[in-house]
Design a protein around this ligand. Structure first.
Ligand code: ZN
Length: 94
């Protein structure tokens, strides 16, 4: 199994996002694990530890609902992971 792919899958799993195989082999669609909305895509040309770091930089956007599904599942995950940071992001970005 592709290690970097496992790492990307695990990083997105924290956000309740699943990877599904897209048409092109090195790209994967991102799908909300709760409502099934398509949320974009990601390539597997990342370096070790990059997936988690990348999602960490997007924390505020997910927390404030600017990224993620319209039903707020990823915002909910952000609040579960770090309530203080999530609250600050909502205040700063809303
Ligand atoms: Zn959703």
């Amino acid at each position: 199994m592709n290690e970097i792919l496992d790492e990307i899958r695990d990083a997105y799993a924290l956000w309740g996002i699943e990877l599904i195989v897209a048409t092109y082999g090195t790209y994967y669609r991102l799908r909300c694990g709760r409502c099934g909305s398509l949320l974009g895509c990601v390539g597997d040309r990342l370096l070790p530890a990059m997936a988690k770091a990348m999602l960490n930089t997007q924390f505020d956007l997910y927390a404030a609902g600017l990224m993620g599904c319209k039903f707020g599942y990823q915002a909910e995950r952000a609040r579960a992971m770090d309530p203080v940071r999530a609250e600050a992001a909502i205040t700063n970005l809303s």
